[in-house]
Design a protein around this ligand. Structure first.
Ligand code: GTP
Ligand code: MG
Ligand code: ZN
Length: 259
């Protein structure tokens, strides 16, 4: 087996052969049930991880401030790909409690599993463990939200290969790592903060936002973009408070990008 096309990625199941000098050779990669791909800057598709069944989105409540468009786009990606997603908020110790509660409530109402954890000081890790139990999960979210801290707090090896890119003692992850859990696995990857949704129609996008699915069936026009048409069920639900303003803001920014 040669060539880049056949490089194993985190999550792959491989057949290995141990040589006499104890080196291991990968003979075969088993077929992948699911592979997560990302476009590189050169426009090529790069496989980030294989056999993942759950996206664990990580969003910090403060430092850096929550970037909800990233969170909402990751959740939409999970919906479109038909894989589960969970919402993890970090740094509750640095956040304003009332603002944090409001955010948590938005995602609980959407019926995503939500956990608020402080992986640095080790609080609420059990909630995270039960959320990950038996899953093949990938941690994703913007830089500095605490993905690697979660990975390490749960027992993953984190120091090998970490390099400081910024000269400020910050440890930005530069290579993917997989941690085998009692059942399942957890992958920590660098910079998995966005999976492009491609050229998506507003209708399909609204379908990937759980809170917009039903209201979108009430739009006057079947090809409603939910951005400006009269008689829009989505914007009516926004007015009623059934859709959170931040969710609609994410939706419209993504829709305008691909329009
Ligand atoms: N106070 C506090 N600090 C935290 C918490 N979680 C993580 N941190 C800190 O946040 C910083 C960034 O955490 P990392 O785990 O490196 O973030 P990351 O998401 O892996 O970042 P990248 O690898 O760059 O994508 C570290 O200094 C952590 O100690 C938390 O709940 N509370
Ligand atoms: Mg990291
Ligand atoms: Zn509409």
């Amino acid at each position: 087996m040669t060539g880049k096309r056949f490089m194993p990625v985190p999550g792959d199941v491989v057949a290995v052969r141990i040589l006499e000098d104890e080196r291991a050779v990968v003979d075969r990669i088993e077929p992948r049930t699911f592979s997560l791909e990302r476009r590189t800057v050169e426009g090529r598709a790069k496989t980030m991880a294989a056999n993942v069944d759950t996206l664990v989105t990580v969003t910090s409540l403060a430092h850096p401030p929550p970037r909800l468009i990233t969170l909402d786009q990751l959740l939409a990606f999970g919906e479109l790909e038909g894989i589960d997603a969970a919402v993890v908020f970090t740094k509750p110790d640095l956040a304003e409690p009332e603002a944090a509660r409001r955010l948590v409530a938005i995602y609980e109402r959407l019926q995503y599993p939500v956990a608020v954890v402080d992986p640095k000081h080790g609080s609420n890790l059990d909630a995270l463990r039960s959320l990950l139990n038996g899953r093949h999960a990938l941690l994703c979210g913007v830089s500095g939200v605490g993905k690697s801290t979660i990975f390490r707090a749960l027992g993953g090896e984190g120091s090998i290969g970490d390099v400081s890119r910024h000269g400020l003692g910050r440890q930005t992850t530069t290579a993917a790592r997989l941690y085998r859990m009692p059942e399942g696995f957890l992958v920590d990857s660098p910079g998995v903060n966005e999976f492009g949704l491609g050229a998506i129609q507003p209708r399909e996008l609204a379908d990937a936002f759980r809170d917009m699915r039903e209201p979108a069936t009430r739009c006057r026009f079947t090809d409603c973009t939910h951005l400006r048409e009269p008689g829009c069920g989505v914007r009516a639900a926004l007015q009623d408070g059934a859709i959170a303003e931040s969710r609609y803001a994410s939706f419209s920014r993504i829709a305008l990008r691909t329009e």
